[in-house]
Design a protein around this ligand. Sequence first.
Ligand code: NI
Length: 211
Amino acid sequence: MASPVVSAARARLALFLAAGLALGALAAVVLVPNVRERLFTPLKISSVGRALVGGPFTLTDHTGKRVSDTDFRGKFLLVVFGFTFCPDVCPSELQLISAALDALGPKAERIVPLFITIDPERDTPGQLATYVKSFHPRLIGLTGTPSEIEAVAKEYRVYVRKAPDPKSTAGYSMDHSALIYLMGPDGAYLAHFTPGIGVETLGQRLSGLVG
Ligand code: NI
């Protein structure tokens, strides 16, 4: 039978290990974007092998024109969700897809890159116009009413959360998942990529997928 002293020490050790595991799990969720994406962006695969991602939308582009998903039929869509006030993930993701498109050469003409804001409050067409031009001449920015944006984010299984941010003049920031979606010429989901994929790999994957 263990002495009370040894039992207490064991109990402390067990508590210490449990706390360590809990902290480790929390750190994994906070620090590893992939873990976050898997938790927040479950991609459900249907029985016919097609992911239930994407769907119809009508939004306003960065020139103020109303556009629908059907306007892009016949082209592949590279779809990214984000917001222009995003400090780091969105800019690096847009640099990544811009560089990958440039690496594709003439094949890139088959792909239309779309940046859909999840912050319609601040991302007006004018705000988007300046932003998208700073990344790629063919990048299209899309905004809409809060309910239009909520609907399209839901269709693409995008995790969005408004969070207080005292450092921002607007007083808030947006947490969001950051997957890159490739939709086919028929509008159906083809593939998704994580922001950490790298220009070369993304270029190769796209090159294979768009034929
Ligand atoms: Ni972002």
